[in-house]
Write a protein of this length. Sequence first.
Length: 79
Amino acid sequence: MYSVYVLKSLKNGKKYTGQTNCLERRLYQHNNEETKSNKVNAPFELVFVQECETRSESVIIEKYLKSGAGRDFIKYIVV
């Protein structure tokens, strides 16, 4: 199983979208500043998760969420 997720920074409200096969581990890494790309935005809260059967499916959904329409979708569901 794979998860596509959206995190929201508790520090500045920025959102981060990613996908992983172990959501608990990945969330731990983000919140403990173990990821170079966004450690300055930690800590995070999980605001959206979608489970996928395959990695290829999760990559497609992640790509959509990073598109303009996907970002609009996230704005709509995350207050």
